[in-house]
Design a protein around this ligand. Sequence first.
Ligand code: PLP
Length: 420
Amino acid sequence: MAKMNKSFLNLEENYLFSKISKRVSDFTEKNPDTPIIRMGIGDVTLPLPAAAVAAGKKAFDEMGVKATFRGYEDSGRGYDFLRIAVANYYKSFGADVPADEIFISDGAKSDSGNIGDIFSDDSIVTITDPAYPVYVDSSIMGGKKVQYANSNEKNGFAAMPCDIDPGGQQGEGKGGQKPDIIYLCSPNNPTGSAYTFEQLKTWIDYATENRAIIIYDAAYEAFITQPDKPRSIYQVEGARKCAIEICSLSKTAGFTGTRCGYTVVPKELRLESPEGKEISLFNTWVRRQGSKFNGVSYPVQRAAEAVFSKDGQRQIAENIARYRENATIIANTLTELGIDFTGGINSPYIWFKCPGGINSWDFFDIMLNQANVVGTPGEGFCKNKLSNNGIDRFRLTAFSTKENTEEAMRRFKKLIETKR
Ligand code: PLP
């Protein structure tokens, strides 16, 4: 009989969203006439920008005509037209990223998981906690050892190298093991925090010192508003020597169901071979992708190109502004109530302390049953059970409508005030 990959036995069951759905469906069964507002899911609600729709339609028409039909794309790394558009986009906010280091992908989730293929399976992976669960799960599936950097109230939920957990205790400077891979996400899901230039420089120096590779997830870069926060790690000195950046059109341009993203792999990055020789990480990724990925469809790449056009940028800016407005509504309510939170300024996520410091699942039930609002318990994002960084935190998203966000905040305010 075929044998399973034993590493899968080390995966924790992913109960979060199934547990949420179960509680919500139990509630709706008992209360069929009570309208619920969902502020828990990280999916967008606004449709694709018109420029992307028009470009995608036109490309599909081209595919139906012999003279303009396209089959496999030769490189599988993305058409030049899109890679050049992405490189120009990077340039617009001061990051120098050559088009030939850009790999067009079907989204940030696949690449942030797949990138592990090119690293040794005895690698030590440092992951900030709480985190987008893909980093931990894919590292474990690949047999790698995971250690955590604790994001907590003390560091504004933006973990630094000094927060790497030596194995349970809150880490301060004690350091953990020398990492080979470091996953960072800024702006962060779920905590909404975003690293400053200075903080990222600290991570870059730490990675360089340890000859580790940073895998930087910038899926929410377009939400950054504050000038001291970089939109790309390549705006920070030294990043080209130690960092891969993974990005997505999902949240910035509504591509969650259309699927397109991009990954930047600088040519100067190096990996060590078993014989101790330095080899090109770029060539290794080209080899991996050449064997396992045949590229993103032509119409989707044309739609993505249109996102970077003048019209596309204006249209997505309008959509992002609407999500930001929702984030501000949530943030203002929390400020008014004196509740500690991170996010909402450079991020569509707001991560706040459950009133009274109660457990996040208990607060989930209170929100569902008494305010009829669904959010996400922080505990669900925390894999470092020894530190429980999110046990008393709750995530709301700004991806709902303005009306629903306002109504949810009215109910939330009433709930908190009646409990005081
Ligand atoms: N990275 C982060 C931090 C995310 O929160 C998400 C989705 O929620 C993704 C990546 C996935 O992006 P994509 O839709 O491009 O796969």
